[in-house]
Structure formats: C-alpha cells, structure tokens
Ligand binder design. Structure first.
Ligand code: HEC
Length: 148
C-alpha cells in the first residue's frame, strides 16, 4: 500500500542516492601519478604472491617476468612526473633517484623470473618493497588520514 508518505520517502531516498553518487564520482578524480601507482600496486601484488613460495613461483612462471617488466615501465613513466617533488618542496633529483631504485629492482626481478631463480627473485622482491616504502616516506603526503 503506497501512501503519499511512502512515495515521498522513496523520492527523498532517490535524491539522496543521486547526491551520494555524484560526490563519489568527485572523490574518484585522480592525479596521473595516482593512476600509475594503482597499476604499480597491482603488479607488485602479483609479484609478491608469486614469490611467496617456490611452488607459487614456479606456477606463476612467465607472468612474473611480464609484471616486473610492466613495473619498470610504469616506474619510467612516473619518473617524469614532477608534481610529488613540487608538493613536498624537495629536489626533483631525489625523486628520480628513488624511482630509479624501483626500476632497478623491477629489472632484477624480471631477470630472476626469466631464469626461474626463486632465491634471486626473493632478494629482488625485498629491494622492490623497500623502494616503495623509502619513497612513500618522503614523497607521499597524506591529505587526510582516512585515505588508505
Ligand atoms: C619514487 C617514489 C615512489 C615509489 C618508488 C613508489 N611510490 Fe607509490 N606513491 C608515491 C607518491 C608520491 C604517491 C602519492 C600520489 C598522490 O597522491 O598523488 C604514491 C601513492 C601510492 C599508492 C596510492 C594510490 C592512490 O590511489 O592514492 C599506492 C597503492 C602506491 N603508491 C603503491 C606503491 C608500490 C606498491 C610501490 C612499489 C612497488 C610504490 N608505490 C613505489 C611515490 C612512490
């Protein structure tokens, strides 16, 4: 039974949802660097999982080579972006140096995966993880605490 109040409530809910949808769309505006970092994160997760055990590493096979090569490529793209250094007022050369660490670790990872050398992949993995953290410490400033 649809009283006029029910109709009104439904209408209000619909308006509310639309407004929420719009503000959600606004939140999704991303900087070019954020877009790259999301891809970096996905590749890194794939590699991390694959390297966890010798069995997983063997099973992942050439997909690790591809992910590591993609990661190096993404690093080279991100290396050219000046916004993060400008934001924290640090020399751009610090930025490129740290990104070079990530690129070098990714290239090591690609080689290790090509050879199927799990021990070498593990050591490349720790260098890779370290490169993310080292850079984030300096250049990734959180605008609000609720953002991841
Ligand atoms: C040379 C610096 C640098 C390196 C290396 C780096 N990052 Fe980042 N990362 C940043 C900066 C700066 C931001 C913040 C971007 C922004 O908010 O505009 C960021 C943001 C992110 C984000 C959040 C993206 C978002 O949507 O807000 C993730 C996830 C991330 N990085 C993962 C990684 C992983 C994983 C690695 C290593 C494999 C890595 N990053 C290596 C500088 C770096």
């Amino acid at each position: 039974m649809w009283s006029k109040w029910t109709v009104l409530a439904v209408a209000i809910t619909a308006v509310g949802l639309t407004a929420a949808g719009l503000s959600f769309a606004d939140d999704k505006k991303e900087s070019p660097l954020e877009k790259i970092m999301e891809k970096v994160n996905a590749k890194n997760n794939l590699i991390k999982k694959a390297v966890r055990t010798p069995v997983a590493f063997k099973k992942a096979g050439k997909s690790v080579v591809k992910a590591a090569e993609d990661l190096a490529k993404l690093g080279k793209e991100a290396r050219e972006i000046k916004s993060a250094a400008e934001k924290v007022k640090k020399p751009f050369s610090d930025w490129t140096k740290m990104m070079d660490e990530m690129i070098a670790a990714s290239e090591k990872m690609a080689k290790a995966a090509e050879k199927g050398d799990h021990a070498e992949a593990k050591s490349a993995q720790s260098a890779l993880t370290k490169s993310c953290g080292d850079c984030h410490k300096v250049f990734r400033v959180e605008e609000d605490e609720f953002d991841k």
